[in-house]
Design a protein around this ligand. Sequence first.
Ligand SMILES: Cc1cc2nc3c(=O)[nH]c(=O)nc-3n(C[C@H](O)[C@H](O)[C@H](O)COP(=O)(O)O)c2cc1C
Length: 267
Amino acid sequence: MSGRASLPPAPGGARKRKTPAEQETLAESTAPAGTGRLRCLDHPRFLPACASDKDGWCELMVDPAADHSRTGGPAGARPNLMLIIASVRPGRAGLPVGEWFHGLAGARGGFSLDRVDLLELDLPFMNEPEHPRLRRYIYAHTRAWSARVAAADAFAFVMPEYNFGFSAPLKNAIDYLCHEWAYKPVGFVSYGGGSGGTRAVQLLKPVVSALKMVPLPEAVAIPYVQRRIDDGGAFLADAALEEAAHTMLGELLRWEQALRPLRARDH
Ligand SMILES: Cc1cc2nc3c(=O)[nH]c(=O)nc-3n(C[C@H](O)[C@H](O)[C@H](O)COP(=O)(O)O)c2cc1C
């Protein structure tokens, strides 16, 4: 088994899920050069689909307790909503809009939240040599992203409209993975000029549908977003936007629950 890595047991014998930063460190410190293989923690339902070998080693490090792509979330726990801030440029409106939506979703409850800022995530342009459906990821940044997305039950994309389309960093982050997105609903918080980002959303729907995500019609569309950023850099919502956000979050919860049987099946 030389050159293979597994997670060390946590105190008390139970395996503890690593944070993405810890995974990055672990992968880089223990994976043999050129392979990056890590153990899949012996998850019996997971192994057939993740290209593991007969010894149960595969390319993806996933704690089965956190991989909701097949279980529909741990019993009794709140589902996990991943909020993705999809613009990365200096002075972006995406950050204050994302902070507003994050605060509203947190105050509303119902989900546990994982806020992903693509600027902080800092993925390179998709550089995996194999198709993501094979989950034979060789880079630590991909394995960390995979584990994080696999642990999500639903998504909210906070996204700008660039030239009538979606942002390149968002498409790049999506393209890195495949099965991790499947059978999970996605809601859109879009913004831009007069269109409120709706053209970008419409173009993104076929993309997410190809990955078996369920794009919701209920959405938050913010026109003339720059007029809603105050001098302190905070986003100024109004009652209509808040209502739209609550409606979308309610639908995300319903769809997340409805899709659990599909996520529980091997695919
Ligand atoms: C490269 C670029 C292209 C843009 N294209 C559009 C567009 O097609 N439609 C629109 O409504 N706004 C467009 N805008 C305006 C943006 O929606 C607005 O600047 C917004 O703040 C961008 O999001 P960000 O600040 O989070 O990057 C564009 C802005 C940039 C920088």
